[in-house]
Design a protein around this ligand. Structure first.
Ligand code: MSP
Length: 657
């Protein structure tokens, strides 16, 4: 039986739309999942939504809908986004699913029976935002941070989990198995929380029921209480686990929720899995360790400048901002730019610069140069290398090492380091081309074998790159794979079978650009003015309604092909009162379009705007220029034309219907 790999993301609250933070974790999980599939492992990849608790109850109440309606409305934003991005999660769990609720109740009951959960009265402070009771030390911390307003005095009956009795086992878990929580500096924070300065007796029992809200899973046998949202949420990993995959191999979390995953979660599991006779003050049994998650990996935050992103600051990066240059580009950027564990500040300029430097130039250039030389000098047939000089031997040596080094870094969860290493290698190959000067070798009959060597090594390196980056950029890797003349799907390759020097099966294809260079200025402008403003000069006259045209049937209408276009250039047509000539990007091609809008818009204000184009109208010549389509505008007989503007997120080429 092949090795199993069970990977999870946190389940996301349904009181907000997905943002870059959610996207980052889920993409990272997808990359791990794909990577481990290519390692030949059986993978189970789980994500989902966290639908109970006070936050959801409050948001729903504010909107005048039920929490279930809110959950049903928001959940698809996540599920559909992951589908649209081609993520390969095997399941999507919702905590409102009957199956999940049954497991939570069953486990709650089990712990009541074993005495790990007991009922008592809590009197003290409660943090509304964290939905948690607060110790005196924690209360002081909040006060010094100016967050005392979040605290309320509370006296209520509650069910408690005996967290304190698991302190000894938890400390052993951290000491003996330091890969339980990574990176190490985050594990240290966890240790500090459980045993500050090594002092024992700090962990207090945890309240795991609420009477203050009703939106949750009822406590079995006492439905005045609902189960605390974190007990409910953490159990998703168990309730939605696929048979045979327990325990999780890798659980990804943000640093803010590490405590829940590295303290409460293993303690709950210890309580669920422990057997009679196992001493809570003795050694942590190896049997128990083997039933706990192997590794909880905590990543840092994407920041805007120095700030955390938040709705109130209006500085949230949404997934579509990241996906505007394609899924793969967004994935590459997220993986390459974030070093796991640390925070990273996001900038659109940095994002575009990274893509231009690494994908359009770096890999894109190397691939197109190499493929064109293979075409030009060898008719696409890959020659075999015979090593000539020290440089060739060094290149071959580096080539043999690239996969093992990349894979070793990925094994340490360091994709940023792995990609950095691979791109340094690609730059090294650029240097090899410069030194070897294949264009000069080609001119001399005596140097044909040396040219074979250079071309073959470039080919092998690109093939290695296609395989290694397939989990990060599946589409781009497949395109590269095919242009190298390789058959089948690159994602079906197995890393273990890969040989740098394996022979080349087929002739290589024509070089096609792997990634279009981004015009930063145009994009920045487009983003600064996401929606189309009104024309500069508008007559303030009453609307004059034109009579309706006669009815047509749907088939007649549907013959019109309307597309979103992006104006790339615009100039006034000389001697014409009305016409502006534009170059418009339709996604799949660029067109010249003339529009009678000169009295309403200046050419400058059109560049970077999105418009709607009738894309299948027969071309027409106007003032000596061929117009290959027509733009749509609204007007009455008195007014200037108002260009029809698609929403900012619509991409060139989208069909308007
Ligand atoms: N529902 C809980 C998780 C329960 S898991 C049993 C939750 N949900 S959340 O939707 O608020 O956050 C989910 C994840 O998004 C967390 O891991 C959090 O760290 C992450 N992020 C939220 N903002 C982030 C950034 N700006 N950057 C990176 N990740 C961040 O917590």
């Amino acid at each position: 039986m092949s090795k199993r790999f069970y990977i999870t993301t946190p389940i996301y609250y349904v009181n907000d739309k997905p943002h870059i933070g959610h996207t980052y974790t889920t993409v990272l999980a997808d990359v791990f999942a794909r990577h481990h599939r290519m390692m030949g492992e059986e993978v189970y990849f789980l994500t989902g939504t966290d639908e109970h608790g006070q936050k959801i109850e409050k948001t729903a109440a504010a909107r005048g809908i039920t929490p279930q309606q809110l959950a049903d409305e928001v959940m698809p934003n996540f599920e559909n986004l992951w589908k649209r991005m081609g993520l390969t999660n095997d399941h999507f769990v919702r905590t409102t699913h009957a199956q999940h609720k049954a497991v939570v109740q069953e486990r709650f009951k089990q712990l009541l029976d074993t005495g790990d959960i007991y009922k008592a009265t809590y009197k003290g402070l409660y943090s509304v935002s964290d939905e948690a009771y607060v110790t005196e030390t924690q209360a002081k911390e909040l006060q010094t941070q100016g967050l005392a307003h979040q605290l309320v005095e509370l006296e209520e009956e509650s069910y408690f989990f005996k967290l304190s009795t698991y302190e000894h086992w938890l400390i052993q878990l951290y000491e003996k198995y330091p890969d339980f929580a990574l990176p190490d500096f985050r594990l240290n924070e966890v240790k500090q929380f459980v045993a500050p300065g090594g002092a024992r007796g700090n962990l207090q029992d945890l309240s795991i029921s609420r009477t203050s809200i009703t939106w949750g899973i009822p406590v079995p046998g006492d439905d005045r209480h609902v189960v605390y949202v974190w007990f409910d949420a953490l159990l998703n990993y168990l309730s939605a686990c696929r048979e045979g995959f327990w325990p999780p191999t890798l659980q990804l979390v943000g640093k803010d929720i590490l405590r829940f995953h590295a303290v409460y979660w293993p303690a709950f599991l210890m309580a669920m899995f422990r057997q009679e006779g196992e001493d809570l003050n003795g050694e942590l049994p190896a049997r128990i360790r083997a039933l706990l998650p192997k590794t909880i990996l905590a990543h840092g935050w994407w920041l805007m400048g120095e700030d955390k992103m938040s709705k109130s600051k209006g500085n949230i990066v949404r997934p579509d901002d990241l996906l505007r240059f394609g899924n793969d580009a967004g994935r590459y950027f997220l993986l390459r730019d974030m070093q796991i564990g640390h925070d990273r500040s996001f900038s659109f300029e940095g994002f575009m610069e990274r893509l231009n430097a690494d994908l359009a130039n770096g890999l894109g250039n190397l691939a197109s140069r190499s493929l064109s030389m293979l075409q030009r000098y060898r008719g696409g047939v890959v020659p075999v290398a015979v090593l000539f000089d020290d440089l060739d031997r060094e290149v071959a040596e580096q080539g043999r090492k690239i996969a093992p080094v990349y894979l070793a870094l990925a094994e340490k969860h360091d994709f940023s380091g792995a990609l950095d290493h691979l791109w340094a290698y690609l730059r090294y190959l650029d240097g090899y081309i410069v030194k070897a000067e294949p264009w000069k070798l080609a001119k001399d009959d005596a140097n044909q074998a040396k040219l074979d060597t250079v071309l073959c090594q470039l080919y092998r390196s690109l093939r290695a790159t296609a395989i290694l980056v397939a989990p990060v950029m599946p589409e781009l890797a497949q395109q590269l794979w095919e242009s190298l003349g390789m058959a089948g799907k690159v994602v079906e390759q197995r890393f273990a079978d890969f040989q740098y020097e394996a022979s080349a099966p087929g002739p290589v294809g024509e070089p096609k650009p792997l990634f279009q260079r981004i015009d930063k200025e145009t994009v920045m402008k487009e983003m600064a003015e996401p929606t189309l403003a009104a024309p500069t000069a508008v007559a303030e006259t009453p609307v004059e309604y034109a009579p309706l045209k006669e009815n047509i049937d749907y088939d007649t209408f549907s013959k019109t092909d309307l597309r979103v276009g992006l104006v790339i250039t615009a100039e006034a047509v000389p001697k014409s009162k009305k016409l502006i000539k534009m170059t418009v990007d339709l996604g799949f091609e660029t067109r010249t379009i003339l529009g009678g809008i000169k009295e309403a818009y200046t050419p400058e204000e059109l560049v970077g705007r999105k418009i709607v184009v009738v894309a299948n109208l027969a071309p027409r010549t106007l003032m000596g220029f061929e117009s290959q389509g027509m733009l749509l505008a609204a007007s009455d007989s008195n007014s200037m034309p108002y260009l029809i503007a698609p929403p900012a997120d619509a991409k060139p080429g989208f069909i308007v219907k």
